[in-house]
Structure formats: C-alpha cells, structure tokens
Design a protein around this ligand. Structure first.
Ligand code: ZN
Length: 329
C-alpha cells in the first residue's frame, strides 16, 4: 500500500474522471487504488451520486485514466491474450482468424471450455445461492425473504440497475450476509467487446458497488450469458483482480424464461431435479431476480434446498478460497 501522499500526487494523472485516483497498476494487488476516491462519496441516490457514473443502460464510453493505464500495463506485460473480439451469432461465438472458440487459446465458456480458476461448481455438499441481473423490482420480495430466512446470497448486479434501482440495492445492503458482485454495466456479450470496452463494463460496475457499499471492492464477476473467453477472463483478473464465477454445466434454472412465459411449474421441476441430484461436486445454479415468477419459484422451493441437505451456511472464504459465493451466517 502506498502512503496517502503518494496516492494524492498520482491523482494529477487522472483526466477523464477527476474524482478517481490514478495509479499505474501491474496487477490485482493494486486494485484498491483504482477505485479509491479523494472525497467522500455522496449519499446513494442523490443527484451528486448519480452524476458520478455512466447513465443507466448506456454503454460507458469514458473511464478513469488509471484503468486505461492498468490495462496498458497488463497488455505490455503479456498478461492479456491477443485475441480478436468474438462475433456472436445467436449467442455462438466465432473469431475472425478462424480460431477455434472451444480450443485452449480462446477457451470460450459457452463452447464448453473453462480454466482452473473459473468457478462452475461449489465444494461438495454446498450450494452457492446467487441471483442475477438486479437490482430489479422483483428483488424486493426476494430480499425480504433472504432477510427473514437468514439466507446468505450473492447478488450479481448490473451497474446500471444499481444506479436506476438504488433503493432495492440499499434494501439488500442492509441485510446481513449479502454479497455483491459484478454482472457488468449493460449486460453485453463481453467476448464481443474491445479490451477497452471490457474494462469500462467491469470497472464502472466495480466503482458503483465499491462507492455504495462502504468501500468494499467486488472480487467476483459473472459474465452475462456465460460469455467469456481467455482475453476477457484475463482483463477481469489482471486489471481488476476479479475471479470469474459462472454456473454448473446444465445448471441453468431457465427462470429467465418466466419473464415472458407462464411456465413456472416447469422451471420449478427443473430446479427440483437439480436439488435432488448429486452433491459432489456442490452446485452453483443460474437464477435471476428478473420476474415475480422467478422470485416465487425460488421462495416456494426454498424448503427443498434445506430438506435435500444442501449447505449454504458453512462456505467460508478463507478455507475454500477462492470460492466465496456464500458467507458464513
Ligand atoms: Zn445476466
């Protein structure tokens, strides 16, 4: 950690976002300095707070110089694979140089390739409770349920939604045991973005969460659509210190379909099948706070999580590192 005066001196480097401190980063150990601000953060929800971030739903176009410098340092150090952005066709990636998306160079998750540091499963017997795409209005009921049942959950939040639905974020923040993680600013196919685009999507979401959650810098992110390749993984890790958390193979609850379809019973049957299935390895399931139906499916099935013997209470960051989807209650 650099002394405060050194950090302040370096702040003169910042141009595009004066309130952030600049520090050339050589890796994750410098992440704290990428998100520290010189002045107190305005009250969450105030006009001054809103003005600190890109508009909700808009693709970020500027970033603090410190993030640009950190990316450049990582590239210069050879830590970011020199892959072209992928082209997505109905969600399936391809590369302009005919690189195999499933091969070890690109290693695209949606083509069945993952690396050791990706988290798709939990330790044996354990389930990582996670909810994506919020904060959104259906999350109010979900958060109340988490509070009442003392459920520790990871919220993979969209940065723009934190901005637009800050009251729901504040509700979740006030509940013990909640864990906030990054789900990008606009929910794009990340492998299709330039290096700079990846930095902006991750960085701004980290910034709003850190600013608004007592300075706690997120350490985990989940790629929207599971869309991540080795280039995007490396930017997340080497620039921002983020670990990539996905979900288990064939562990998509498909509760996202409930936004448009009235097939709650089918989704419940899918989830029930997962809960009654094997516990080795443990499970990370894909679930969302996108709709009242999706939230209702989770709530009504919660007794099955318990009766099937899943353990969400004993996953401790220190002894299962780097897995930490749930915190101890
Ligand atoms: Zn999502």
């Amino acid at each position: 950690m650099l002394p405060l005066l050194s950090l302040l001196a370096l702040s003169a480097v910042v141009t595009s976002v004066p309130s952030a401190l600049a520090l050339v980063s050589s890796g994750p150990r410098d992440v704290e300095s990428l998100f520290r601000r010189q002045t107190a953060i305005p009250e969450v929800g105030s006009a001054e707070w809103v003005a600190l971030y890109p508009a909700a739903g808009s693709t970020p176009t500027t970033v603090p110089q410190a993030w640009t410098d950190a990316l450049a340092a990582a590239v210069a150090a050879g830590k970011i694979p020199d892959l072209p952005p992928a082209t997505l066709t109905q969600g399936y990636p391809s590369y302009s140089n005919n690189l195999d998306p499933a091969g070890p160079v690109a290693c695209h998750n949606t083509r069945g390739c993952s690396i050791a540091s990706d988290k798709l499963v939990a330790p044996d017997g354990m389930i990582g409770i996670s909810q994506d795409d919020g904060p959104l209005p259906p999350g109010r009921t979900l958060n109340s349920f988490f509070e009442a049942q003392k459920i520790n959950a990871t919220h993979f939040y969209i940065g723009g939604n934190v901005l637009g639905n800050y009251d729901i974020f504040l509700q979740a923040r006030a509940i013990p045991g909640q864990h906030f993680a990054v789900h990008t600013w606009t929910h794009p196919y990340m492998s299709s973005l330039s290096n700079e685009g990846v930095v902006a999507e991750l960085g701004w979401t980290m910034q709003i969460l850190a600013d608004s959650n007592y300075g706690k810098i997120p350490a985990h992110w989940r790629p929207p659509f599971g869309d991540v390749d080795n280039r995007v993984r490396a930017i997340a890790k080497e620039v921002f210190g983020l670990q990539t958390i996905i979900w288990g193979v064939e562990r998509d609850s498909e509760d996202w379909t409930l936004t448009n379809l009235d097939n709650e019973e089918a989704v419940k049957a899918t989830i029930t099948g997962f809960l009654e299935g094997p516990k080795a390895p443990g499970m990370i399931m894909l679930q969302h706070e996108l709709s009242d139906r999706a939230v209702n499916a989770f709530i009504t099935l919660w007794p099955s999580y318990l009766s099937n013997g899943w353990d969400c209470r004993t996953i401790v960051r220190q002894n299962t590192s780097p897995f930490s989807l749930c915190f101890p209650s």
